[in-house]
Design a protein around this ligand. Structure first.
Ligand code: HEM
Length: 544
């Protein structure tokens, strides 16, 4: 008994003061390692003089007991504080388990794949502002978009990405982000779009050739083909070529597999940003570092092509060479990280948007016929290449694209921002310092207060003069908003439209016998990006 009391006398005050410090400064793994070592060495030194037995096994038991009391006291004190009325977020409603620990959300991401649905349920139960983590709020209203995304910096969530170097999207420092973003803005500006349209048209023709060869008259996994197409397209645009996945009929190097695993890891580790430092200690390269080494290979190939053929206009070259023009000079690691981001940000997002459109075109003959009629009228039979000017005239196509981005936003989780050292005013309410806040994109865009029949795919709501209401465009944020909004938006929209227009002009789309669209919809899991069953469709050539 005496032994336990003296161990507690040492550990409890230490645990309570650690809690006080950790409340102000986020703990790092190194702190816990130092604390554990501290107990191993210090507990016997302090406590041994009180007892006869100073043997090594006895000392180890003493250290273990002290450490256990320390951790139990620290955890209990944290739980009590997080649930107490003194916690700065105590006024916000939400599940108690979420207020205690981030592992609650990790459980939904990892095992249920349903973070998007749980957030929607929480908002319908608790209202617009819900406490979804010890220091985290989800705010499901369009009125919160500007206060959060125009003003606030990226949250520590982005520090959870286990990589040795920052990409544009993981930089939490605003000044550094602005410096790095300049080159991206340049490489993806509107004036660059005609050049990218030519590249896209060539790749789409290649795919249509494959489809016309009979592949698609049976059932094809459309999402898989869209990912291959996008991989080759982005390869041309970003690295002046180098991917030939459509020719191979598969993702030869395994980029997509790595991307899926990497996205899931980011979704989880982002909840516990200190885990990045633990991941860095692992002897095995993680998927994100593997992705970077793939990207490094592409940088080398692209540099060789530049030196041999003088090509300097692909996206990556513009980013790498911006320092000649007064811009930021990327280190080799940063270059690999940004090259990876080019693929990671553009591939699954764009192919997901196209997949959603085909999911609904195959299910709804009226929407399909209306889109085909528009294409037949505006484009006609002669044209093989579609350009930016033609795309601008295709209003119904644009409406289908908007509706797909609304009903399944390819980046469904709300990008997290922090209220910083000073806190922030959101919805006329002061949100305390260092709170992570976001608007949950999926829930916002599926809210009946913002869009009529939010679960239904209705492109007509986006047509000029539509009377379908409510139709709150402020609640439409698939590309996010503010300083960190998607820099590739123009390119994404152009690519989606070109692909859909070309395929829909040439083919009729339907589900093969036995395919269940409902089962397909139910298979969606959200792990930063979407994971779902294959989308099987039959594409039959049509007369134009
Ligand atoms: C439908 C397709 C796309 C969607 C829905 C989408 C969505 C988004 C969203 C929501 C963000 C904000 C993420 C955050 O703050 O955490 C973002 C950022 C970003 N996106 Fe996209 N994206 C798409 C396509 C693309 C493409 C094609 C590219 C490049 C070629 C791209 C490059 C980026 C980059 C570099 C960022 C980081 C911007 C910054 O930090 O300043 N995206 N995107």
């Amino acid at each position: 008994m005496h032994f336990i009391i003296s161990s507690a006398a040492l550990s409890v005050p230490f645990a309570l003061s650690s809690h006080y410090v950790f409340n102000r400064h986020e703990p790092r793994p190194l702190h816990f390692i130092l604390i554990a070592l501290g107990f191993v060495f210090l507990a016997p030194i302090v406590l041994n003089p009180l007892y006869q037995d100073t043997s090594i096994p006895y000392s180890l038991i003493q250290s273990f007991v002290c450490l256990s009391i320390y951790l139990t006291t620290l955890s209990s004190s944290m739980i009590a504080y997080r649930l107490s009325p003194w916690h700065p977020l105590s006024q916000y409603p939400g599940p108690k388990l979420a207020a205690i620990t981030k592992w609650w959300m990790i459980y939904f991401i990892l095992f249920r794949g349903g973070r998007h649905r749980i957030l929607q349920e929480l908002h319908s139960k608790y209202g617009d502002s819900v406490r979804v983590g010890p220091n985290e709020l989800s705010i499901n209203t369009a009125a919160a978009v500007n206060p959060i995304y125009l003003n606030l910096h990226r949250a520590s969530y982005y520090r959870g990405v286990p990589t040795s170097s920052d990409t544009l999207i993981t930089i939490t420092d605003r000044k550094e982000h602005t410096q790095r973003r300049r080159a991206w803005n340049k490489s993806l500006s509107r004036t660059e779009m005609p050049k990218f349209a030519l590249m896209a048209n060539t790749r789409i023709e290649q795919l249509l050739g494959i489809f016309s060869g009979g592949v698609a008259s049976k059932a094809v996994d459309l999402h898989q083909w869209m990912s291959l197409l996008l991989m080759d397209m982005i390869g041309d645009m970003a690295f002046s070529g180098g991917f030939e996945t459509m020719k191979a009929g598969k993702d030869i190097d395994g980029w997509m597999h790595m991307l899926d695993i990497g996205a899931a890891i980011v979704a989880v580790l982002g909840q516990i940003p200190w885990s990045r430092e633990i991941a860095a200690l692992l002897p095995q390269k993680g998927p994100i570092e593997t992705f970077h080494s793939f990207a490094n290979k592409k940088i080398e190939e692209s540099t060789t092509r530049q030196l041999t053929y003088g090509i300097k206009s692909d996206i990556l070259s513009v980013i790498l060479n911006d320092h000649h023009d007064g811009g930021y000079r990327l280190s080799d690691d940063e270059a690999a990280a940004d090259a990876s981001l080019l693929i990671a940000s553009s591939l699954e997002t764009t192919s997901q948007a196209i997949t959603t459109i085909f999911r609904h075109l195959a299910a709804d003959k009226i929407v399909l016929a209306r889109l085909q009629a528009e294409l037949d009228e505006v484009v006609g039979a002669e044209v093989d290449e579609l350009d930016y000017a033609t795309l601008e005239k295709l209003q119904y196509l644009d409406a289908c694209v908007q509706e797909s981005l609304r009903i399944i936003p390819p980046a469904p989780a709300g990008p997290p921002r922090t209220t910083g050292e000073k806190g922030a005013i959101i919805l006329e309410r002061y949100v305390p310092p260092n709170t992570t806040v976001y608007v949950p994109t999926w829930a916002l865009q599926r809210d009946a207060d913002n869009f009529r029949d939010p679960e239904a795919f209705i492109p007509e709501r986006w047509l000029p003069g539509s009377t379908i209401s409510p139709h709150n465009t402020d609640a439409f944020i698939p590309f996010s908003a503010g300083f960190g909004a998607c820099v590739g938006k123009q390119l994404a929209l152009q690519n989606i439209k070109l692909v859909v227009a070309h395929i829909v002009r040439r083919f009729s789309v339907e589900f093969p016998n036995g395919f269940s669209a409902i089962r397909f919809d139910d298979s969606y899991k959200e792990r930063s990006l979407w994971v779902h069953d294959p989308l099987l469709v039959k594409l039959t050539p049509r007369e134009i």
